[in-house]
Ligand binder design. Structure first.
Ligand SMILES: [Zn+2]
Length: 239
């Protein structure tokens, strides 16, 4: 399931499905528009309704090819046909911050001669962080990158997903900047790239906006030194 339903249909929030497997408090479905999370991005949350019951879905637990939708009602065991709904506000918050993280990554990569991402986390509460391999860098120079990031947000630049030949993509310098956030190649040998027109192009399996202008501006809340080589950059939506 390397091409997710949420990649094919990013505008699909509510749909029907049937229960494939169930255990108390968790259910796997015939199809799901939820993003399962990964590469530091939290999964989607939402709701599920079935005949005789309903519950919030608090997240996804991936077990091999099975996506367990975790239920707030830990005793529920849904069966049959269900209606699934993705929490649109949560999706938008995460997609906005995730898209902003690509823009930040592009400016760090450009400003500091190809600095790579060593970790990332995008939370559901409107905060995130990225770790960069940045020895010997003045933290004020990192903090200053919030300005060009917000310029790109304000300019309203298109964000599109494209699929390219995976073998060729891995030979292109700068395209796969972090193995931790890059998705595995799809079964047909293609790799999903997120292209922010003229700004950034990199392999990623997360959720993103379709235009940078859909994001609120961000602030860099903290730059921390994490060991000799790593800078942890914390960011959030501007208050
Ligand atoms: Zn991404």
């Amino acid at each position: 399931m390397a091409i997710y339903l949420c990649h094919e249909r990013p505008d699909l929030y509510v749909h029907e499905a049937s229960v494939a497997q169930a255990r108390p408090g968790a259910v796997a479905l015939s199809r799901s528009a939820f993003h399962p999370g990964g590469g530091g991005q939290v999964s989607d949350i939402g709701t599920i309704e079935w005949t005789g019951g309903a519950s919030n879905v608090t997240g996804i637990e991936v077990e091999g090819d099975v996506w367990w939708h975790l239920l707030a009602d830990e005793s529920a065991t849904p069966s049959g046909d269900v209606e699934l709904a993705v929490d649109a506000d949560h999706r938008l918050r995460v997609a906005s911050l995730h898209t902003a993280s690509h823009i930040l990554n592009a400016f760090v990569f450009g400003e500091f001669a190809g600095a790579l991402v060593t970790g990332a986390q995008i939370n559901g509460d409107g905060t995130g962080r990225m770790d960069f391999d940045l020895p010997e860098v003045d933290n004020d120079r990192v903090r200053a990158l919030a300005t060009p990031v917000n310029d790109v947000i304000a300019r309203g630049i298109a964000v599109v997903a494209v699929y390219v030949d995976a073998a060729e993509a891995t030979r292109t310098e700068g395209l796969v900047r972090s193995m931790s956030v890059a998705p595995p190649p799809t079964p047909d040998g293609t790799l999903r790239l997120i292209d922010i027109d003229g700004i950034d192009r990199q392999a990623c399996g997360g959720t993103h906006l379709s235009n940078t202008g859909q994001s609120p501006p961000i602030v860099i809340t903290k730059v921390e030194n994490k060991g000799r080589h790593n800078r942890r950059v914390r960011f959030a939506f501007a208050p």
